[in-house]
Design a protein around this ligand. Structure first.
Ligand code: FA5
Length: 340
């Protein structure tokens, strides 16, 4: 058979292909390595040199014609399908609808939004600050000098050789930036990502989330701090939860505390509270006069409290998650469990 006859036979078969699957099979048969075109192409090298050029051109023309025929039939089939759909033929109202994949909020975003709601209802500003921070704001202005032992507990990722630029190790630098810009009285919270150069385990990540809180006003006391923390817990857990203060040390607060909350999982001791019925919730304290001064606020006139909530740990507590590394691990099987 000559080329023209081959083409006519192939075009007739294309025109009769009943559906897209049959058309795809025919395309493989005609254009594939062992198909009509493949055979023509593989025969070229064994032809006398003078015949190779014309044979190559003929093969190209065959390919162009077959491709155009296949495309035209594909369009015809698609249009026929559409016409059938429009006419309602083949539509079965009893079939279940196709599954739509629904996304959900990341548990950290969910808890952050809940906290933002609680704090805005109490008149707090929501602030943001840079994740790449000056050493001054991250440490010095918070009363943590270069040789202060507190630096050791916040192992730092340095961003330059001089050590003047760091990935912030906590959200507390936003306190200083806010105090520089705002005129007292004010109250604010700042949720955000922080970074520490430390080995990771079930309760420690190198990247995690905190939420800083700061209130500056007249005669601010530890009583205001405790009342605010109880409101925070009611907002998250939906009921009143007892808290207690233990002494804690942070150079930027005086006095400093660790605030514990009554275990939300048990009434007589469990694995989470290690049998103590108390869960360590957050460090806090009254703002150190030196920190107020460094930001240009007169400590004789103004006082304040600050707290640094570990958001990642709060999320673990409220969802019963046993390893902080799941939170930013990016495993969809973990994330799909939250329909927040
Ligand atoms: C601070 O970061 C202080 N800036 C908090 C503060 C603010 C104190 C204001 C006083 C006044 P600390 O290093 O303890 O403190 O961290 C605070 C919380 O972050 C911890 O209670 C814990 O919940 C969480 N946290 C600390 N390190 C990690 C880590 N590697 N992974 C996950 N969460 C962490």
């Amino acid at each position: 058979m000559d080329n023209q006859a081959n083409l006519e036979t192939a075009q007739a078969r294309i025109a009769e292909a009943p559906d897209p699957a049959a058309l795809a099979a025919l395309e493989r048969e005609l254009l594939g390595k062992d198909g009509l075109l493949g055979q023509q192409l593989s025969a070229i090298p064994s032809l006398p040199p003078a015949e190779r050029g014309p044979a190559g051109r003929a093969a190209n023309e065959l390919k162009t014609a077959l491709t155009a025929g296949l495309q035209a039939r594909a369009t015809e089939l698609a249009q026929a399908d559409l016409a059938r759909d429009r006419a309602g033929v083949g539509f079965d109202a009893t079939l279940p609808p196709p599954q739509v994949e629904r996304g959900s909020l990341h548990p950290i975003t969910h808890v952050t939004r809940k906290l933002v709601e609680v704090f805005t209802s109490m008149g707090y500003h929501i602030l943001d600050g840079p994740e790449v921070e000056l050493d001054w704001y991250n440490f010095e202005a918070l009363n943590i000098s270069a040789d202060h032992p507190a630096r050791d507990s916040q192992d730092t990722f340095y961003c330059d050789e001089k050590g003047s630029l760091v990935l912030r190790t906590h959200t507390s630098p936003v306190q200083v930036r806010a105090m520089e810009r705002l005129t007292p009285p004010f109250r604010l919270v700042c949720p955000g990502k922080v970074f520490r150069q430390e080995s990771t385990d079930a309760t420690h990540e190198h990247t995690f989330h905190q939420m800083e809180g700061l209130v500056v006003g007249k005669d601010i006391s530890v009583g205001h701090l405790v009342g605010t923390m109880k409101t925070l817990l009611r907002g998250i857990f939906g009921r009143d939860i007892d808290v207690r203060l233990r002494p804690g040390h942070f150079p930027f607060v005086e006095p400093g505390f660790e605030l514990d909350a009554r275990c939300v999982f048990c009434s007589d001791g469990c694995r989470v509270c290690k049998g103590t019925r108390w869960i360590e919730l957050l460090p806090c304290g009254l703002v150190h006069p030196k920190v107020l001064q460094a930001a240009g606020i007169d400590p004789d006139e103004w006082s304040g409290f600050a707290f640094g909530l570990g958001l990642s740990r709060l999320v673990m507590l409220s969802h019963g998650i046993d390893d902080v590394r799941h939170l930013l691990g990016g495993d969809l099987r973990f994330l799909e469990q939250f329909s927040c």
